[in-house]
Design a protein around this ligand. Structure first.
Ligand code: 13P
Length: 252
């Protein structure tokens, strides 16, 4: 069984001052837990990363970004490179979140370019996959997620897979208050793990952490995190409230 990872995706919320305050509160809360049963990651907006990185300097709480450019540097107005994220103290980066796929037209191909670039530069990608409600109703969710996994991880070596985390986030469960049942999530995690084992040895596939995301909150976290094959959670809304986020961490 993998050590759990609880990650907070703050999305486009909080200014720098508010982000630093929340980072500080989470870090203090995690220190108070003494020996938490999980690794903890927060992913603030780009603008707040550097200050949050400073705040987390002596804390076990890790820092991640919510996206990264697939290029190294140059004329890409508005983009942020892997090197910039590393210099701000990031260890992780979320890639291919469904909101980026939906609103910014990211495809499995762009996700793959970003994953490869992040790995090449020493960032750990949290690659998001998940089906829409229509795809679930049409019963093609395994085909969709399977393709997101194989296309997103194309040309990623077995060595590099050791630094990859997958987040299964069914689109219909994000921000809706309707979480996947532990059985639905568990079944998909087992499916994803089988897909991974087609790309690498079973040992490596077992060691890749697969997080569940979609309406995880302080009330349902325990049940979801106890389900088979679930190595943690990628939390949106509930990660903006320190108390709720700490409750989710304690549920591990
Ligand atoms: P919610 O927890 O707000 O449903 O968001 C999930 C998510 O998108 C995390 O990346």
């Amino acid at each position: 069984m993998n050590r759990k990872l609880i990650a907070g995706n703050w999305k486009m919320n909080l200014n720098v001052k508010e982000s630093v305050h929340l980072a500080k509160t989470v870090a203090a809360g995690v220190s108070n837990l003494k020996d938490p049963n999980a690794d903890v990651l927060i992913c603030p907006a780009f603008l707040s990363l550097e200050q949050c990185g400073k705040t987390l300097k002596d804390s076990p709480v890790m820092l991640g970004a919510q996206d990264v450019c697939a290029n190294d540097e140059g004329a890409y107005t508005g983009e942020i490179s892997s090197a910039m994220l590393l210099s701000a103290g990031c260890e992780f980066v979320i890639i291919g979140h469904s909101e980026r796929r939906k609103y910014y037209c990211e495809t499995n191909e762009t996700v793959n370019l970003k994953v490869k670039k992040a790995l090449e530069r020493g960032l750990k990608p949290v690659m998001c996959v998940g089906e829409t409600l229509q795809e679930r109703q049409d019963e093609i969710f395994e085909a969709i997620v399977g393709e997101q996994i194989t296309e997103g991880l194309k040309e990623v070596s077995e060595d590099q897979l050791n630094f990859v985390t997958i987040a299964y986030e069914p689109v219909w469960a994000i921000g809706t208050g309707v979480n996947a049942t532990p059985k639905q999530a568990s079944d998909m995690h087992l499916f994803i793990r089988r897909k991974l084992s087609q790309l690498c040895s079973s040992g490596t596939a077992e060691a890749v952490r697969i997080l569940y995301g979609g309406s995880v909150n302080a009330k349902n976290a325990k049940e979801i995190l106890a389900a088979k094959g679930i190595d943690g959670a990628l939390v949106g809304g509930a990660s903006l409230k320190a108390e709720d986020f700490l409750t989710i961490i304690s549920a591990c």
